[in-house]
Design a protein around this ligand. Sequence first.
Ligand code: KIV
Length: 262
Amino acid sequence: MNTLTITQLMQLKSEHKKITAITAYDYSMACLVDAAGVDIILVGDSLGNVVQGEKSTLPVTMDQMIYHTQMVAKAARRAMVIGDMPFMSYQVSETQALHNAGRFLKETNATAVKLEGGVSVAPLIKAMTRIGIPVQAHIGLTPQSVHQMGGYRVQRDADRLLSDAQTVQDAGAFSVVLEGIPSDIAKQITRTLAIPTIGIGAGMHCDGQILVFHDMLGLNDRKLPKFVKQYDQLGKRIISAVEKYCEDVREKNFPEAKHCYE
Ligand code: KIV
C-alpha cells in the first residue's frame, strides 16, 4: 500500500473530511498508529519531552531526529510520515537548512519536513519547496521559541497569525500546524487558506487534529495541557502489568512448565 500523498491530503480538505495526525517516535509505536488508520505520523521534536525526558524540545539534535524518523518510516504503510526539523537545524543559514531538510528525505524515507515559524521562515519554505522538499509549517505557539514567548503561552495576535498563515502558504507549504491559538482565529485561518490546517490546542474548526502519542494514551505523568484528550491510561496499565510480572517471579509463579524447553 502507498503512503498518503499531498494531493490526497488536499483532497481531504476539499471534501471537508477531517485529517488525523499523531506523533510517533519508533517502529513499534508507528506500526500501531499506522494500523489504526491515521493519516499523518509526525516524528515530532516533542520526543525531547516524552522520550528523552528533557524540559523542552531545544536539546534535540538533527541526528536524533533522523534516527527516530528512520524507525517510524519503516513502519508506515498508509500514513504520511513527516520529520520535524529540530532547533538550530534550519535557523543558521539557508544552505544548512536545505542540507538538513534534504537529510530527512534522503536518509529516512519521510515524505516531508515540518518547521516552526511564519513570516520569518517563508524564504526557507520557498527554497525547500523549490528543490522538491514538501514543507509543513507550524505557527502560533512554537515550542522552539519557548524563551522568546516567555513560556508555553496561547498566542492571540490575530493579525500576526493570519499574516503568518497566509505567508507560509504563499511560500509553498502544503499544510500548517496551528498550535495554541484561540478557536475563532484558527477558524478564520482555516477558512482563508487553501492548504489544510492541523490543530493542536486550536479548537474544532481546523481541517485536522494532532496529539502527542504519549499524552493521548496516558503514557507519562507530566502535567497535560487543557487541549489534550486522554483516550487511555496505558501508563497505569503498564505499571500494573509489570508489578504482576515482578510478583510472579518473586512468588515463583513464572516461568511455568509451559514456558520451559525440554
Ligand atoms: O513536536 C511535536 O510533536 C509537534 C506537534 C505537537 C505538532 O510539533
